[in-house]
Design a protein around this ligand. Structure first.
Ligand code: HPA
Length: 282
């Protein structure tokens, strides 16, 4: 059985294998990528650093939802970063857009089928930890899934673990390499727990106080689906949240998406240098 999101897109490991076969030649990978990279809101500039880039629009990737559902154009990109082979997704499928849990994690199945066994996830997030400031970069140490959905519900996908261990969702060795990369290039990094909420409304001040008590350092609306699918299929994960704003109630002004994009633009260069240095050390 394959899961359907109601628009005819399927989101199974089998469809992902097919998709990888169909787009593999265009991506000209010529070997397994050392990492797959998911670029979050406002962080897509890293894609420009990928050399020798081959690009496939999301609408041409079998199983990806149609462009009418996914407003802005996403791309799957293959090439070299720091001289090493990588694949990257510029854009992702959020559950707040109406995608099913399975569809929100499906892109990782395609990356896995393309040979990636290490995944780097990134996102824009609100800072909950009171020592954080807008513009901080936070290595994701762990997450709290408050989306009330799980990508693995339903038929067991071939190659998946039915009950995946989640004791090391963000790989300790890969995280250490991120911190080492940050030290090397002089970019200060935070470390913390990411709470993934469904969205698309931002949190209320009371919800942010609750998240703080639950142990969250940052809050956002993505990433958790990709990490869950990655762990079920044996892919190691590392990730960084760009703290684009203080979470609701912690700052004096209302939140806006414009503020999120302004902050990511401001720190994009440090983010890009960090990921490039990290890939070089893999
Ligand atoms: N909350 C949820 N998602 C976000 C935020 C936030 O404050 N900032 C950027 N993405």
């Amino acid at each position: 059985m394959t899961a359907r999101d109601g628009r005819g897109a399927t989101a199974s490991a089998t469809v992902a294998r097919d998709a990888a076969e169909r787009i593999g030649d265009r991506l000209a990978l010529g070997g397994a990528p050392v990492a797959a990279i998911v670029l979050g809101s406002g962080l897509g500039g890293l894609a420009e650093r990928i050399e020798d880039a081959r690009r496939v629009p999301f609408r041409e990737v079998p199983g990806f939802p149609s462009a009418t559902v996914h407003g802005h154009a996403g791309q799957l990109i293959a090439g070299r970063l720091a001289g090493r082979p990588v694949v990257a997704l510029a854009g992702r499928f959020h559950m707040y857009e109406g995608h099913s849990a399975r569809v929100a994690g499906y892109s990782v199945r395609v990356l896995h089928a393309l040979g990636a066994r290490t995944l780097f996830v990134s996102n824009a997030a609100g800072g909950i930890n009171r020592t954080f400031q807008a513009g901080d970069l936070m290595v994701i140490a762990d997450h709290i899934n408050l989306m009330w959905r799980n990508q693995l519900v339903g038929a067991l996908e071939p190659g998946d673990v039915r009950f995946p261990d989640m004791s090391d969702p963000y790989d300790a060795a890969l995280r250490a390499k991120l911190h080492a990369a940050g030290r090397k290039i002089g970019v200060a990094l935070r470390d913390g727990v990411y709470a993934g909420l469904l969205g698309p409304s931002y949190e209320t001040p009371a919800e942010v106080r609750m998240l703080e008590r639950l142990g969250a350092d940052a809050v956002g609306m993505s990433t958790v689906p990709e990490t869950i699918v990655a762990r079920a299929s044996g892919v190691r994960v590392a990730g960084v949240s760009c703290i684009t704003n203080l979470a609701c109630g912690l700052s004096m002004h209302p939140l806006s998406h414009e503020e999120v994009i302004e902050t990511t633009t401001r720190v994009a260069r440090d983010f890009e240098r960090l990921v490039t240095e990290w890939v070089a050390a893999l």
